[in-house]
Design a protein around this ligand. Structure first.
Ligand SMILES: [Zn+2]
Length: 62
């Protein structure tokens, strides 16, 4: 899998179906082969970045 933002593969697994891009500092959670993209704010809350990407860009193409 790769990051939908930077297309990089510098992805770390942080939990069950949860990943983190070390290039962009965004969190990716996988649901039904579609990635939910979140930015972690300084206070620890998550804000969705899904609007920035098309569903196709967020779908894993195995
Ligand atoms: Zn990235």
């Amino acid at each position: 899998m790769y990051c939908p933002n930077c297309k990089g593969k510098n992805i770390g697994k942080i939990g069950n179906q949860q990943y983190y891009c070390w290039n962009c500092f965004i969190e990716l959670s996988l649901e039904n082969e579609v990635l939910d993209v979140h930015q972690v704010e300084e206070d620890g809350t998550l804000s969705s970045l899904n609007d920035l990407y098309s569903e196709d860009e967020r779908t894993l193409h195995m």
